[in-house]
Design a protein around this ligand. Structure first.
Ligand code: SAH
Length: 232
């Protein structure tokens, strides 16, 4: 089994993973810390990128090109768009889009640039495994579209626009950029988010209150995913 990358955006998102591993080697590279460990006989590389599309692009690329990861799993928190998603609920991305990518002045759709695509699809095999993990854990996990942009959305109008334009169920700030990197480098990827807020006017308060517990929810699920991926 080849090396697996597990990434988050913020320290809180990878802390529960590092805690579970206990022992790891830390390497500083390009302004981030990368943690390497052997888990059930498989090499892992773990890192948080810092927030946003640019930092997450750098980290995903580094994990693949520098550390040699052949699969990537992302664990983190997100704002809900779908009203059926509540704080702590888990969403697996089927496909992802950049909601703030806009050259519509040239007649292109939102989220599109020439030679790119509005959506990047996540690995179907890992999505299938996530259903088994959910049933093993007795948890419900929804599949949905995730929209990504360099904005903390705390505004009902913006949230609703993103929901409508991209048919998105949740939004965050790193998923689509990681997806673009993995797709370009032919690395299967899986993006999981636990809801921390509803991307509305209370979003920052909700985020601060639930970041840690939601990050743990997501990390626990992702580690069970890693077990499945290794066993698969
Ligand atoms: N409180 C942090 C900033 C968090 S930014 C600080 O001050 O340092 C929000 C992070 O959580 C991003 O990594 C993003 O991916 C995710 N996220 C959760 N809710 C979000 C929302 N409503 N809008 C955008 N990103 C959200």
């Amino acid at each position: 089994m080849s090396k697996i990358a597990i990434m988050g955006a913020m320290p809180e998102e990878v802390a529960p993973i590092l805690e579970k591993l206990g022992q790891y080697k830390t390497t500083e590279y390009a302004g981030n810390k990368y943690y390497e460990a052997t888990y059930n006989g498989v090499e892992l590389v773990i890192a948080y990128s810092k927030i946003g599309k640019v930092f997450s692009t750098l980290t995903a690329t580094t994990m693949i090109e520098h550390f040699g990861a052949k699969k990537l799993l992302f664990s983190g928190v997100a704002g809900a768009i779908s009203s059926s998603l509540k704080v702590g609920d888990l969403i697996v991305a089927t496909k992802l889009s950049q909601h703030d990518l806009d050259i519509t002045a040239f007649g292109h759709p939102y989220g599109f640039v020439p030679e790119g695509a509005v959506y990047v699809e996540a690995d179907k095999g890992m999505i299938k495994l996530s259903k088994e993990v959910a049933s093993d854990m007795g948890k419900s996990v929804v599949e949905g579209i995730i929209a990504t942009g360099d904005q903390f959305v705390a505004n009902e109008d913006r949230k609703n626009w993103i929901g409508k334009e991209f048919s998105a169920d949740a939004l965050e700030m790193e998923g689509a950029s990681v997806a673009v990197v993995c797709d370009a480098l032919s690395v299967p990827f899986f993006i999981l988010r636990a809801i921390s807020d509803a991307a509305d006017m209370d979003a920052s308060f909700s985020f601060d209150e639930f970041l840690e517990t939601s990050a743990v929810e997501s990390a626990e699920f992702v580690m069970k995913m890693v077990d499945k991926v290794i066993a698969d």
